[in-house]
Design a protein. Structure first.
Length: 312
């Protein structure tokens, strides 16, 4: 069992845009997808992997919230809370090749607070907790985040943390908040851009070294097409990832999180956990529909890729 704490969004994805429009312009696309996003991008693949989940999040009473509720409710062990405010809606503009940017309607994001975790009586019974999308939940705040992480650690849980990008452009306040959480996090999981913004370092290796000196335990850096890296005081482990033709990279890092977390809970060594997360993410970004693979598909793809590279 794992606790997942964070914001679930409705994602409206306009894909295969040829260029980024300026104000006053209009671009037409042939592909439009509406699906659950945010924390849901980790819930779905974890469910496919057979991981039991307790989800501490909020959905609105609107049509978006009802649709997402119906999809997620059968996959989790608890009841999702609903609010009168609308569900967070994120519009993702995806360029040909997979790069994208987001514009997000705030909705009920402020309503995820310390009380959301405090009211979860079975929180301590989980093996692990993922605190996801810290910057997407402005009502949560640094004290609530620290309390959540400390509670998980006091219960003997493994803690995972993915902040996402700072909405305020990585102000000093945002950077200081994230750094203050590090001692309470077993696996800090930024992407390469986020860790560089957080530290101001010129490269990922330097950034990871700085965060370890500030109290980080294990840092998992998601590096897009270049795979993923792990950093600890004992050294670094890298996995180069897998070549893939990306259709939609929305949720790639969240899918990696699911594969990596599953591997950690299974007691897999670091290199294998990175490889598994990379393969899961590569499958997800290559698909338009039915994105989340079963374990057999992930393992088969890994074996085929290894055989093609002449490795065991």
């Amino acid at each position: 069992m794992i606790n997942l704490v964070g914001v679930i969004t409705a994602d409206l994805i306009l894909a295969q845009v040829k260029g980024r429009p300026d104000f006053g312009e209009e671009h037409m696309v042939d592909t439009m997808i509406l699906r659950p996003g945010g924390l849901a991008n980790t819930i779905f693949p974890l469910a496919k992997l057979g991981v039991k989940q307790r989800v501490i999040s909020l959905l609105g009473q609107d049509d978006y919230g009802s649709k997402i509720y119906d999809e997620i409710a059968p996959l989790i062990e608890n009841e999702l809370a609903r609010t009168e405010k609308g569900t967070v809606l994120s519009v993702s503009i995806v360029k040909e090749g997979g790069d994208r940017y987001f514009v997000t309607y705030k909705g009920n994001a402020d309503d995820l607070t310390a009380a959301s975790v405090e009211g979860e009586k079975d929180f301590d019974a989980a093996r692990a907790t993922l605190l996801y999308g810290y910057f997407l939940a402005p009502g949560f705040g640094p004290e609530a985040a620290r309390t959540c992480l400390k509670r998980a650690k006091a219960a003997g849980q493994i803690t995972f943390f993915d902040a996402n990008s700072a909405i305020d452009g990585w102000s000093l306040k945002s950077r200081q908040e994230i750094i203050s959480f590090l001692p309470h996090i077993d696996y800090f999981m930024p992407n390469d851009e986020e860790i560089l913004h957080l530290t101001g370092a010129s490269d990922v290796d330097q950034a990871a070294e700085e965060l370890i000196s500030l109290g980080a335990n294990t840092i998992i850096v998601k590096r897009g097409s270049r795979g993923a890296s792990s950093y600890t005081r004992s050294g670094a482990v890298h996995h180069a990832g897998f070549p893939v033709k990306a259709y939609d990279t929305t949720g790639a890092g969240d899918s990696f999180n699911a594969g990596f977390i599953h591997s950690v809970l299974e007691g897999k060594p670091m290199e294998e956990a990175l490889r598994y997360g990379n393969m899961l993410a590569s499958i997800v970004v290559s698909k338009k529909e039915d994105r989340y693979p079963a374990p057999a598909e992930i393992e088969r793809n890994i074996m085929e890729m290894q055989a093609g590279n002449g490795s065991k």
